[in-house]
Design a protein around this ligand. Structure first.
Ligand code: MTE
Length: 319
């Protein structure tokens, strides 16, 4: 993640942010209170991506104090090195014929019931899709608030029935040099890999996103399914997953393998442990206007849900 000066288009906060979709989803909240089943709101999104799954807000994961970032920011300011190292590139380069539907995912390794399923079957088997509004904090010290549609990761893992010897979960992204110019260039070591401890993966917050604001997740955000662990830095949130493997050995993530001193396995958001090249005490709020900075919270504000996972660990050492 190289440092660079912001491009002009990132600056005028007045220029973007259509939040009409967010209000639509709030309307669905209202319909739900009337007992009306939530309805998927669009058959195809602006990029012609797959139809979204029906979703309904889960009020347990919607802090009314959080103001979701505008859809345009979330879907045009991306890190997806397979499609370029510049934030603006993935929106363009991931939508030039790269196919994310149909899409098969394998759950394998130390499990009693290995699975190889199309994403549509997965969604059916995990019992459907819900919407959660989570904070998102990149290791580069910027942040957003994102209404993700998807399902709790533990539901998928339970389907595969992990063996007691399984201690870690390794996630792997697709590999297709023809479709992904970044892979052809070798700007990182591909395929992109990430990992969690099994207890982290089973935590209630660990989520697989298939949508944003009720729409199918755009290619640039990791279609058709990506990991969301809101208490960890964004690079843990691996996109466009094809393989989930239960392992005994701790997997080495792509960024960790590249620069272990800067990108640790845990990557828990921690304002007290700085990145070697910049402070992590505060963050730039995307869409927050000029000077829109705020203090970074321990575990990105999810201390209650995840602090117990790291009891007794020196978080300076296990960063
Ligand atoms: N997953 C893959 N496969 N390739 C990537 O380059 N970038 C990571 C993460 N997942 C990345 C990835 C980083 S650094 C961040 S901050 C988030 O995706 C960005 O997610 P977003 O573009 O949806 O905001």
């Amino acid at each position: 993640m190289h440092i660079r000066t912001p491009k002009d288009w990132e600056l005028p906060e007045s220029a973007a942010t259509s939040e009409s979709l967010y209000h639509l989803s709030k309307r669905r909240d209202f319909l739900k209170t009337l007992g009306v089943t939530a309805v998927a709101i669009a058959a195809r999104d602006a990029f012609g991506a797959a139809a979204p799954f029906q979703t309904k807000p889960n009020p347990a994961y919607r802090d009314p104090a959080l103001k979701p970032t505008g859809y345009d920011y979330i879907t045009s300011y991306n890190n997806f090195y397979e499609f370029g190292t510049d934030k603006a590139e993935p929106k363009d380069l991931a939508n030039r014929g790269w196919k994310t539907d149909p899409w098969t995912v394998e759950v394998t390794g130390l499990v009693n019931t290995p699975l190889k399923l199309d994403i549509k079957d997965i969604v059916e088997k995990v019992g459907g899709i819900e919407q959660r509004v989570y904070r998102f904090r990149c290791v580069e010290a910027w942040s957003m608030v994102i209404p993700w549609d998807g399902f709790q990761l533990s539901k998928l893992l339970m389907l595969a029935d992990p063996k007691p010897a399984a201690k870690f979960v390794k996630f792997t992204t697709f590999l297709d040099k023809k479709a992904a110019p970044g892979q052809a260039d070798g700007n990182l070591d591909y395929p992109y890999v990430e990992g969690l401890r099994v207890d982290e993966a089973m935590n209630e917050l660990s989520f697989i996103a298939t949508g944003i604001y009720g729409k199918a997740i755009p290619n640039q955000n990791g279609a058709p399914l990506r990991l969301v662990t809101p208490w960890k830095y964004g690079f843990k949130n691996i996109k466009s997953i094809v393989k989930i493997e239960l392992t005994e050995k701790q997997p080495r993530g792509t960024w960790e393998a590249m620069q272990a001193r800067e990108y640790g396995f845990y990557a828990n958001v921690n304002p007290q442990v700085d990145h070697p090249r910049w402070t992590q005490a505060s963050e730039r709020v995307i869409g927050g206007g000029f000077g829109g900075r705020q203090k970074t919270l321990m575990f990105n504000g999810y201390e209650k849900q995840v602090a117990a996972l790291y009891q007794g660990m020196d978080l300076r050492k296990f960063y």
